[in-house]
Design a protein around this ligand. Structure first.
Ligand code: ZN
Length: 200
């Protein structure tokens, strides 16, 4: 099986804040918006979203998949599934994001389709989504030596993905929690900024 790399562009963003003991019960929902495209069936995206939610729940992250006007929220992570990916665009990558700069994810859906059977598309799409969402929540593009946040999944990892058994490295649980505290602080500060200025 071809080994592909899930890449992200990023710069390190700040240091993690002190974690709070109450995090697991007080963590806000993470809003995520998924663009629908004809090439991805409703059942595939539904299953992928459901599996991604369950995987992230293991890291104490509660996803809320939103639609319509709620996607306009500055707090929502935007997921774009794209096809006809040029061969010379990030060769080998299944998805990209820029966690330090933007809150959107681009999944090269044609590449996902090209390496697994239709039956396994939801699993791989779920793991690709989780990998990129974690980059955004951690606020940087670091990778871990094992698990979902590896820079390059091996054939064994792909087998674990197909079985729904690839997990997070322990450090990612901590980094996600700290990153979400930082992110929530930024979102709160942004929401409190005046949206218009009056010139006198
Ligand atoms: Zn990555």
């Amino acid at each position: 099986m071809k080994i592909l790399i899930v890449l992200s562009f990023v710069q390190v963003l700040g240091a993690a804040n002190t974690a709070t003991a109450a995090w697991r019960t007080s963590a806000p929902e993470v809003l995520v918006c998924l663009d629908r495209i004809a090439q991805a069936s409703t059942s595939t995206t539904y299953l992928a979203q459901s599996e991604a939610s369950k995987l992230l729940a293991r890291a104490a992250v509660q996803l809320a998949w939103v639609h319509g006007s709620r996607c306009q929220s500055g707090a929502a992570i935007q997921v774009h599934l794209t096809v006809q990916t040029p061969d010379n665009l990030m060769p080998g990558a299944l998805a990209i994001c820029q966690p330090a700069a933007r809150h959107d994810i681009r999944v090269f859906y044609d590449r996902v389709q090209s390496i697994v059977s239709p039956a396994h598309e939801p699993h791989l799409l779920a793991y690709v989504l989780v990998h990129e969402i974690v980059h955004i929540l951690e606020g940087e593009a670091r990778h871990s030596p094992t698990g979902i946040m590896k820079a390059q999944w091996t054939p064994e990892d792909y087998a674990a993905i197909a079985a729904g058994k690839l997990t997070f490295a322990p450090e990612d649980i901590e980094l996600v929690r700290n990153g979400m505290i930082d992110r929530q602080a930024r979102l709160t500060a942004s929401a409190q900024k005046p949206r218009t200025e009056t010139v006198r």
